[in-house]
Ligand binder design. Structure first.
Ligand code: HEC
Length: 729
């Protein structure tokens, strides 16, 4: 759509078309809009469209010419060196010739989509606690023209920290009529005081627009005291809450009986952090939820815990539940539903059936009828085997689809243990000696239980791409084991315990729950306060040193300071390992930190592939092809390749017969033939693209753009967006 001619004229004359106070779109922005393309040839929704297809009909770049792709433009947000381990997980939006993106610090910006030149920039308020990941924004356009003749109201709904902002898409100005001066505080209106810091509610994934509503979940803290995961619909014009769905049902609401009667007052989580799909024609919103909190210990939440870990179909206008399916009962494994549901169509007896596909962290794909929730492939039950810690109530079994097969391995056997070198194998077998491993759903233990695939999938937040023409769903997955260990917490919930848990999450994987290191390259921290000053430890935590990564990008300064204080003051009697001996009452357990099963070089403790890309024929319930995706730097440096690596960020499939994906820790973006999975093109990025690309047309050219933010899996950070296109004619 072109801008109203009056507006162009006014801008060229240097006049504002709005009232004198309001900023007007710049001439450069209006010129960029002239170069845009029709909606279906741009990228106007997070992940392509509200059905979450990650699909574009564009076919200028195809299997025959993709090898000629070259860099068309680069944009540097200029923040690569500001914080170590900073990231960009953003899937850019392209609307009317303008590309919207965010920097690592969540500065939202608009670029000319054909040149990468910056048009405007918006920095969230300092108290928004930005630097949390943002995966995208939602675009909304009013159906009517504005009274002053300046065209339709166009807004970006943008989550930064605990706020949801409404930003004028043409000027980058916050819209004063929305919420409180342009923003809504997501921690308010939950019926409970959840605190307003980053432990509250953060919209890491954008909401989804339906008519004049923004349907939104959010990320919450995963420990005790976390916010409840209400799904809310905000009025895009005013910011008012129009409906709320309680994913933790309250008295009188269906599902309440799957919890202890008063648990709804204190239990948190069951939040939809992965994104929500909308079937606009049917007026349905499909909501995937995560586990209830605390994540790894459910003594206080006996029961199945509906609607945690469920795919829920809601009436998009009212928030009423139409149907649901619980994928994990009473989750004590952190097996959140990790990806936004894909709205797809499958063939059955010669008829097209509207379906919804839900990926899981275990690498399974559940497929349901969109209207009724009836499973479209049979679902079996897998028993939960093994004893849980005292007080826990594990469920008897968990559902698992019989078709399609999982895209990852789901059971660790000694056969699967790495044989990269004899030392690597011996080291991993040695670790397993004490641990519980084997079946998919073994409960957590104090000695360690293998979760395979790990807490980060299987599938992840990147989600899958759906190609209606071939009936294939393209899924990238992680295929590495993690170690789930719980330890007994002391009775007192004092600050020391909290800081100790902070230590466990960020440091425990290397320095250990007893803080004694590994006796080799990782030093002991017991009595480190006798060797180092508090400030020295704080700087080490922030900046890292040698093989110790800096935490500056993931922790707020006060979190780093609290952990440094804990380490500085902790003697042998205060380490997390000693907590059990301090507990006298009913035992309570907490996660001992996120740890992976790795060999001495930090590589996965299983045989490859460690990360894959698969094409699933959803109608048949079969995997058509699967290939290893990407490589770790250590593998490449050793002259090897093709082993696959953990990956974050999703694929995009195009009318040109291509699947584009970055996501890997080897600073590459690739294109595969969508029919056979053959690699047709790869290019180096300034940092790893842990994000989902977008493809769009501008000035008649097809572009593929990726945010190269790095900062995960130990890779360096970056702050660039890189766009590729065929050589200009
Ligand atoms: C990926 C593994 C890893 C993680 C995670 C990690 N460290 Fe380290 N840490 C190391 C290694 C390796 C060293 C030794 C660094 C060197 O050789 O320069 C080290 C060194 C240290 C030292 C210096 C010890 C001394 O005696 O000089 C301190 C203090 C420290 N780490 C604290 C922490 C804290 C606090 C955290 C969490 C915020 C943390 N580390 C997270 C691996 C890690």
């Amino acid at each position: 759509m072109r801008p109203a001619p009056a507006l162009v004229g006014a801008a060229l004359l240097g006049l504002t078309a709005c009232s004198s106070q309001e900023p007007a779109p710049s001439a450069a922005l209006l010129a960029a809009r002239e170069r845009g393309a029709p909606a279906e040839r741009e990228w106007r929704s997070y992940l392509g469209d509200r059905s979450v297809t990650h699909h574009s009909p564009l076919d200028q770049i195809d299997v025959a010419n993709v090898s000629q792709l070259e860099v068309a433009w680069r944009y540097d947000a200029g923040e690569a060196s500001e914080r170590s381990a900073s990231q960009i997980q953003f899937n850019p939006l392209v609307v009317k010739g303008v590309l919207y993106g965010t920097s690592p610090s969540l500065r939202l910006f608009a670029l000319d989509a054909s040149t990468g030149k910056e048009l405007w920039s918006f920095r969230p308020d300092a108290d928004a606690n930005a630097w949390t990941p943002s995966r995208g924004v939602a675009y909304w356009e009013a159906p009517e023209e504005q009274a002053d003749g300046s065209g339709a109201d166009e807004r970006l709904l943008f989550g930064a920290g605990t706020y949801l902002y409404a930003i004028d898409a043409r000027t980058g100005a916050a819209i004063p009529e929305f919420g409180d001066g342009g923003r809504v505080d997501l921690t308010e209106g939950l019926g409970r005081d959840v605190g307003s810091d980053l432990m509250g509610v953060v919209a890491t994934t954008p909401g989804t627009v339906f008519e004049d509503l923004l349907i939104l979940g959010g990320r919450v803290n995963e420990a005790e005291g976390a916010a409840p995961g209400h799904v809310r619909a905000f009025d895009v014009r005013t910011g008012e809450t129009r409906w709320t769905f309680h994913t933790i049902p309250q008295p009188g609401e269906s599902g309440h009986e799957t919890w202890p009667p008063d648990a709804w007052k204190t239990a948190g989580g069951a939040n939809a952090w992965a994104g929500i799909s909308v079937d606009a024609e049917r007026g349905l919103a499909f909501v995937p939820t995560g586990s209830a909190t605390p994540d790894f210990f459910g003594a206080a939440r006996e029961g199945d815990n509906l609607f945690a870990n469920s795919l829920i179909a809601l009436d998009a206008r009212t928030g009423e539940r139409r149907w649901h399916y619980q994928v994990v009962r009473h989750d004590i494994w952190d097996r959140d539903l990790p990806s936004p549901p894909n709205l797809v169509e499958i063939m059955r007896d010669g008829r097209r059936i509207p379906a919804v596909a839900q990926l899981t962290k275990t690498g399974d794909t559940f497929l349901f009828h969109r209207e009724t929730g009836a499973p479209l492939h049979p679902i079996g039950e897998v028993p939960v085997v093994g004893e849980a810690v005292e007080g826990e109530h594990p469920p008897a079994s968990q559902p698992r689809p019989l078709r399609p097969p999982a895209v990852v391995r789901q059971e660790l056997t000694k056969d699967l243990v790495t044989d990269r070198t004899p030392e690597a194998r011996a080291h991993v077998l040695d670790q397993l000696e004490e641990m519980r491993f084997g079946p998919l759903w073994a409960p957590a233990s104090t000695k360690g239980t293998i979760e395979f695939p790990g807490t980060d999938g299987g599938a992840e937040w990147g989600g899958a791409a759906w190609d209606e023409a071939s009936g294939l769903l393209y899924v990238n997955a992680n295929d590495v084991p993690w170690i789930l260990t719980v330890l007994q917490l002391p009775d007192e919930d004092g600050a020391t315990t909290l800081m100790g848990q902070g230590y466990l999450y960020t440091c425990g994987a290397c320095h250990g729950i007893d803080m004694r290191g590994d006796g080799a390259s990782v030093p002991s921290l017991v009595d480190v306060g006798d060797r180092l000053g508090l400030l020295e430890i704080y700087r080490l935590v922030r900046d890292g040193r040698g093989r110790m990564p800096g935490m500056g990008g993931v922790l707020e300064w006060w979190q780093s300071a609290a952990i440094a204080w804990f380490v500085y003051t902790a003697g042998p009697e205060d380490t997390p390992a000693s907590w059990a001996s301090q507990a006298k009452e009913t035992p309570r357990y907490g996660n001992a930190g996120y740890r992976k099963l790795v060999d001495p070089d930090g590589l996965p403790g299983v045989k490859p592939p460690w990360g894959t890309l698969s094409a699933i024929d959803l109608s048949a319930g079969e995997i058509r092809w699967q290939i290893p995706l990407g490589d770790y730097a250590a593998i490449r440096d050793a002259g090897e390749s093709g082993l696959g690596a953990e990956n974050y960020g999703g694929p995009v499939v195009t009318g040109g017969g291509l699947v584009f994906i970055a996501a890997t820790p080897d600073e590459r973006i690739r294109a595969f033939d969508k029919r056979m999975g053959k690699l047709l093109w790869e290019a180096e990025l300034p940092a790893s693209g842990f994000a989902t690309p977008a493809t769009y047309e501008a000035t008649g050219r097809q572009f593929v753009v990726i945010a190269a933010g790095g900062g995960k899996l130990g890779r360096p950070s970056g702050s660039e967006y890189v766009a590729f296109a065929l050589p200009a004619p």
